[in-house]
Each structure stands twice: as structure tokens, then as C-alpha cells.
Design a protein around this ligand. Sequence first.
Ligand SMILES: Cc1ncc(C[n+]2csc(CCOP(=O)(O)OP(=O)(O)O)c2C)c(N)n1
Ligand SMILES: [Mg+2]
Length: 322
Amino acid sequence: MTKLTRQQLHDLYYYLRLNRRVDEQLVSLYRQGKVVGGVYSGLGQEAISVGSAYALEPQDFISPVIRNAGAMIIRGFRPRDLFLQYMGRRDGPTGGRDANTHFGDLARGVVAPISMLGETVSVAAGIALAAKIKKEKRVAVAYVGDGATSTGPFHEGMNLAAVQKLPLLIVGENNGWAYSTPVEKQMAVGSMAERAKAYGIRAVTVDGNDVLAVYQATRAATGRMRKGGGPEMVECLTMRMKGHAEHDDARYVPPKVFEKWRKRDPILLFEKYLAAKKLMTAQQKSAIEERIEREIREDVAFAEASPFPDGANARGGVYSKN
Ligand SMILES: Cc1ncc(C[n+]2csc(CCOP(=O)(O)OP(=O)(O)O)c2C)c(N)n1
Ligand SMILES: [Mg+2]
């Protein structure tokens, strides 16, 4: 187990809450009609993005999906990047050319989220293969949902990684649903971990709402991988606390399920832990909250002041100059 300092625990708390606030703010902007396209929330799943990304090293790569804004923020993106991008503004990461989460930065080790489900595994397996060939102590992390594990690219990537013993970590987000399809209609085996084991990939299942459990499992797996141990999966059990996106009211989810998971909110659980162990004072907590509110306020103002892109430049940035 990696021992975390008080400061690191406070960092984790900051990122969890910042992730939540960014989500809430995006919903607010969406309801004001300021968002171009849909809003995909990671509500209730913040501990997975935060716990896993915080456990990585600067040279590592992540291939996130729609609910991993928290991981992208830990890799250096700021809330303003998300606000600008979702509002299609000129100063956003893609200059207003795309909506929602399709942006990345290889310098920060972030592959732009890929919409075609399961491709994160194949792409991250490719990054891991390059790292192995170049003998770089880099690991690649693929985020993948329960639904995405039924696609071809998931299986191809898993198999390649297992056979080649690649430094690929698959962070499985088992949130019980893929759109309106419950997980028991998604796979006949009991878990994502079982699917991984069928390829010869070591896999553990952890409480995805416990940020420390996700952090420790990621740290342990990546530690082994840096020594040549081959790919691993950390399956994180959680619940998607909203519909697929803001347009979906999730009426197909039994209310009891939401009630059960609301009591297991990842921020609430971590607050309880920090309080019980006396690891954060009330003043430290409010200082973090104030910092987040200030950052959100400033970044929303910045994004709202940014113009829409100039139509004359619409055809720019399509082809690589290399
Ligand atoms: C290959 C492919 N098929 C279908 C879709 C449409 N689609 C987008 S998200 C989604 C559900 C994804 O479920 P899951 O992988 O469990 O992730 P979650 O939304 O629960 O985080 C579907 C069916 C897609 N993007 N790509
Ligand atoms: Mg799912």
C-alpha cells in the first residue's frame, strides 16, 4: 500500500469536488441553452477518474471516455477548457470545432476521448506497445465502460495486450448500465474482471466509489506493470447517477437503485473517512471549497467572454501539416 500524505489526501478531495462542480456547472450552462450538443455527466463516478489518474506518473498516457473529466483535469486541463469546449468557443481546446469531450493533448498524456466504444483499449494497447518497443517506463490507461466490453475493438485490444504482455491498465467502469441496457443484459459472465481473466489478464474488482481503493489498486497494478508484469484490469463498481446524458431522464432505472447508491456518494464517503481519521479540519475543507468556487466562477466568466470561432476558418485544422 502506498501511504498518502495529508496534502495528497487533500488533493484527492479537491479533485473530487472540482470534478463534481465542473459537472454541475456544465448542466447549468446546458439548461441556459449555452452548450452546443449534449452533456455527459460523471456524477457519482468521480472517485474512479480521480483515484486512478492521481496514481499515475507524468510520463503515462490515458485514453479516457465521456465520464472521465476528472482524469483529464488531473492531467492538467482546467475547468475553463471544458466550459469553452462544451460551448463551442474559439479559445477552447479544439477552437470550437467539436463539442463536449473530444479533445486531448499528447504533451499531457491525454488521448482525446474516442466515441467509438471499446477503441480506448485498442488505442491504449498501441501506446503501450510503443512504450515496450522503445523501452520507456510508461504505462497506458484505457477507460472502458461495461457496455464497451461487448465491442470488437475491446476484445482485439485485450488480446493483443495479453499476448504481448503490454503495460496496459484497463480501468473498467462498471456502472450497471449502458444507455438503458442493464449490465446483466450486457454479459453472461458476472463481471468485467471475469472477461479480462479470460484473456489471461490479471484483474481485481474494487469499490469504485472509494477513491482510496481505486488509487491503491491502480498504484499496485501500475507498479507491477512498470517491472514488466503485463496488462491488468481494475474493475470499479459504481453507479451512473443520471441518465446517459442530460436529455435522458433514466426512467428505466428503478428509483430504489438510485436511493441505495446516493448513500454511497463518493464525496460523502471520503468526507466521512477524512473526518473519522481527523485528516482535514473544517477550515481546510472550507478553504478547498472556496478555492473551487473561485476557479469555477473565473473560468465560466472566461469561457462566456470567448467568442464563437470565425466561420472563415472552418476548414482550418482539418489536415495535419506533417
Ligand atoms: C461502437 C459503438 N456502439 C454504440 C455507441 C453508442 N453509445 C454511446 S455510449 C453508449 C453506452 C455506453 O455504455 P458503457 O460502455 O457502459 O459506458 P457508460 O455510458 O455507462 O459510462 C452507447 C451504446 C457508440 N458510441 N459506439
Ligand atoms: Mg456503463
